[in-house]
Design a protein around this ligand. Structure first.
Ligand code: DGY
Length: 353
């Protein structure tokens, strides 16, 4: 199917110089009379709306820099055929009952923990998401956090800004060696695998845990399959890449944090709720040589007076995993493509339920 949906007529020339002599896009009627609510201004949005032929639909875009309230979300979604959401929107059964005409929910994210998938399935609503296109950007930020935490990059900048840099100091801000260390991956899906590749590029021994990973599959990737406890006990760096489900909620709590090596660094680019924040605070406070480097937090956004932000051994950035221009554009493209397919009643490119 062409991006613009039905009605693309291509006329080819036999000329060697001009193979394609005309493309006539018949006005797509597919989306006329359809209503769509898009809950945030996304990078490349207008371009992809046009490219996928959605210009004929009635499109309402939330232009606020903060998300719409739940009430506003419901109000604007009533009578809509499709909704394009981001991860801040709570899409629950009550929402779906209020927006009862929805044919598709298209989430511009790989994670769909804000959406009640079971409720959507029961109501026959396909939920789209955007896996794949953000894998490398997210693994990049996980590895960036790993190196930043290991080598005190942020503390170094703060040291200079505080006017403390008076000489080269042989004992200043000594960190952990990254090259040749052991990297533990918890959650060996697309992003976990991409993180493993980065680790191998740094000559690391890579231990991976997922419920389904076999020793043979791991060996094919040049990593070692391990239990979660083995990963926690043996890794110098533990990087989390699980989706947030009821099974992974607070997967990392006091026992798991205490199992980690005294100088271990925990990296979380998955979802904040995978780590118990109270347990993390207590263990980091008690064991100042352990470090956490987080792209995602519980709560999110994290308020500036949160206790974790008082700890020198906790590095936090505001959920930037997929935040590159290229990736965010691709996420928009895929989310719009899923939306368009769902409106036409066709299979989504990526369906989460
Ligand atoms: C996702 O896609 O789930 C990320 O957390 C945001 O890009």
């Amino acid at each position: 199917m062409n991006p613009a949906g039905r009605g693309l007529l291509v006329m080819a020339s036999s000329s060697p110089h001009v193979r394609l002599i005309g493309i006539v896009i018949l006005t797509s009627k597919a989306y006329t009379h359809m209503k769509v609510f898009i809950t945030r201004r996304l990078l490349g949005l207008d371009e992809y709306i046009a490219q996928y032929g959605l210009g004929t639909a009635e499109i309402d875009i939330w232009e606020g820099s903060l998300p719409p309230s739940y009430e506003e979300l419901v109000r604007r979604s009533k009578g809509c055929d499709g909704v394009l959401t981001v991860l801040t929107e709570k899409i629950d059964a009550a929402y779906m009952d209020a927006a009862a005409t929805l044919k598709v929910i298209s989430q511009c994210a790989v994670g769909v923990n804000n959406i009640d998938l079971k409720a959507a399935t029961e109501r026959g609503i396909p939920v789209g998401n955007t896996p794949g296109v953000l894998t490398e950007a997210t693994a990049d930020i996980a590895f960036a956090l790993l190196i930043s935490a290991a080598r005190h990059i942020v503390a170094g900048t703060e040291y200079i800004k505080a006017d403390k840099w008076k000489t080269w100091d042989p004992l200043l801000l000594l960190g952990q060696q990254v090259w040749g260390a052991t990297l533990g991956i918890i959650g060996y899906g697309r992003i976990g695998k991409a993180m493993a590749k980065r680790g191998k590029g740094f000559n690391m021994r890579v231990l991976a845990y997922s419920r389904t990973l076999t020793a043979e599959e791991a060996a094919n990737d040049g990593v070692e399959a391990a239990s979660m406890d083995e990963v926690l006990r043996e890794a110098d760096f533990v990087s989390l890449h699980t989706p947030l489900t009821k099974d992974t909620h607070h997967l990392i709590s006091t026992r798991e944090l205490q199992l980690m090596k005294p100088n271990a660094i925990l990296i979380n680019t998955a979802r904040g709720e995978v780590v118990d924040p109270a347990a993390l605070y207590a263990v980091l406070k008690q064991e100042p040589t352990k470090i956490a480097a987080l792209d995602v937090t519980e709560p999110e956004p994290m308020p500036a007076d949160h206790p974790l932000l008082t700890l020198p051994n906790c590095l936090i950035v505001p959920h930037l995993g997929s935040a590159t221009n290229q990736t965010r554009r691709e996420m928009t493209r895929l989310a719009v493509a899923n939306l368009a397919a769902g409106l036409r009643g066709e299979p989504l490119l990526h369906r989460a339920n």
